[in-house]
Design a protein around this ligand. Structure first.
Ligand code: KIV
Ligand code: ZN
Length: 514
């Protein structure tokens, strides 16, 4: 069977999702998990975008040992130099150059004729070739580029020294037959095409990113670019887990496979969702909470008789296993430790003790503690959250005929206690007004979302917020059996991260790509 290379761009195109802003530690954490998942290539960022992006790409380049690390670059020398700098220390570096080729982009964005585009890309690839053995070239908006011109561009890229030519459907305009035909045409018409790898990079504007990528595979693509959970610009990119599972489930049809460690899919998906704050819809293929849930009586009956009646993938394949061991307030340290091992957490003794204390606190408030509660509890804090303000207590009074009122008690990093009360047009608004008074910070709430971690009235609630102050934004996450407390924790977490970012220019927001 043909191997399909997986090029993960969660840290670059995925990070271009509105509201997503990963810091260096978070990028490294995701990259190391991608390495465990077994992706072949990791696009770590766009070094020319900002010093922060360059530093993050460098940190990923130094941390990753078993995958190619890639930096994105416009077709200009200053960007290429930034990638050279960022990839210092990488075991297996690669540069990803791009230049738009479609008539719309040539006319309105680049204001360049076809010959000028060919010349600029040729110059950039040849310049990069002095420093990189591995070069990927992307004719941006290839999907809307004239096919004969795309053949010329690919021919130029091969002659100039590219090792991979990537075909992006930048605006998600293609349908599978059309997109597949691009690969067929390139394969049949471009000299020496067998000397390079052909890659597909699809966006999901019409919900066809996975279908288009699979069509590319059927027509000879060697590599698929995508992101975990399909996050990315606008409607997102091809979801890597969908490609991996489509190939693993239908080898008879595709005759191709990836070398991903499929059991790491669920964990990778959860990590990306947690760190990006992008909630996975329940009905999301492969990794959504309902992907293996059977609701109708007929389906449940079939499942009980023989799982394959309604299940084409076993949840175990992607590393999802709900163990039988349910914990409650009488469970001891031994059972808890067993559960952690079962869920794949390797913790030092001290961390087990801290987690056990948290678990006991949760078990006091919740009758049974299920696997999802434990995962959420262990993964509560976004990495590296500075504790500038800590929530001590919160009190809320609410009645549907009166104005909601909240009081908070907050401790600062210097030990100062600040107590404030405020009203609001809802309980959460009142809490946030009280926190604003206590922190003395003026912030803007850009996004608020809440979800239940498990089932039942006593389920843990998880709140995610995005706050903005001047041109900086930060996300925060809070967890509690009480949604108002979770809301307060998420808000304070985001305030802490916002203040930490504003102190350090390298942690500032990414610049827009193009
Ligand atoms: O969608 C796109 O065209 C891109 C390129 C930079 C490859 O992300
Ligand atoms: Zn893209």
């Amino acid at each position: 069977m043909r191997k399909i290379y997986i090029f993960d761009t969660t840290l670059r195109d995925g990070e271009q999702s509105p509201g997503v802003n990963l810091n260096t530690k978070e990028k490294v954490e995701i990259a190391l998990q991608l390495e465990k998942l077994g992706v072949d290539r990791i696009e770590a960022g766009f070094p020319a975008a900002s010093p922060g992006d360059l530093a993050a790409v460098n940190a990923v380049a130094r941390a990753v040992k078993n995958a190619t690390v890639i930096g994105l670059s416009r077709s200009r020398e200053t960007d290429i130099d930034a990638v050279r700098e960022a990839l210092k220390g990488a075991q297996d570096p690669c540069i990803h150059l791009f230049l738009a080729t479609s008539p719309i982009h040539r006319k309105h964005k680049l204001r360049m004729e076809k010959d000028e585009v060919l010349e600029a890309a040729d110059r950039a690839i040849r310049y990069a070739k002095q420093y990189f053995d591995k070069i990927e070239f992307s004719p941006e908006d290839a999907g809307r580029t004239e096919l004969d011109f795309l053949c010329k561009v690919t021919d130029m890229a091969i002659k100039a020294g590219a090792t991979v030519v990537n075909i992006p459907d930048t605006v998600g305009y293609m349908n599978p037959q059309e997109f597949g035909n691009i690969f067929k045409t390139l394969k049949e018409n471009v000299p020496n095409i067998e000397k390079i790898q052909l890659s597909a990079h699809c966006h999901d504007d019409l919900g066809m990113a996975t279908a288009n990528a699979l069509a590319a595979i059927l027509n000879g693509a060697d590599q698929i670019e995508g992101t975990i959970n399909g996050i990315g610009e606008r409607a997102g990119n091809t979801a890597i887990e969908e490609i991996a599972m489509a190939l693993a489930t239908r080898p008879d049809y595709f005759g191709a496979h990836t070398t991903l460690n499929l059991k790491e899919i669920a964990k990778t998906s959860r990590l990306v969702s947690k760190l990006t704050g992008m909630v996975i819809p329940g009905n999301k293929a492969i990794v959504g909470a309902n992907a293996f849930a059977h609701e109708s009586g007929i389906h449940q009956d079939g499942m009980l008789k023989e799982k394959t009646t309604y299940e084409i993938i076993s949840p175990d394949t992607i590393g999802l296993k709900e163990s039988k061991l349910v914990l409650g307030k009488h469970s001891g340290r031994h059972a808890f430790r067993e559960k952690l091992i079962d869920l794949g957490y390797e913790l030092e003794d001290e961390a087990v003790n801290t987690a056990f204390a948290k678990f006991k606190d949760l078990a006091d408030r919740k009758k049974t503690v299920v696997d999802s509660d434990i995962r959420a509890m262990l993964e509560e804090k976004l990495i590296d959250t500075p504790e500038i303000f800590t929530l001590e207590t919160i009190q809320v009074s609410y009645g549907n005929q009166s104005t909601p009122h909240a009081s908070v008690r907050i401790r600062t990093v210097d030990g100062e206690i600040r107590e404030e009360s405020a009203e609001g047009n809802g309980s959460v608004d009142a809490i946030y007004n009280a926190i604003d008074q206590a922190t003395k910070e003026t912030v803007e709430l850009e996004d608020y979302s809440i979800k239940s971690v498990s089932q039942g009235k006593d389920a843990l609630g998880e709140v995610h917020v995005i706050l903005k102050q001047d041109d900086i934004s930060a996300q925060g996450r809070g967890l509690s059996t009480d949604i108002l407390e979770a809301s307060a924790r998420a808000y304070l977490d985001a305030v802490n991260r916002l203040l930490d970012k504003s102190k350090s220019p390298s942690k500032r927001d990414k610049m827009s790509l193009i």
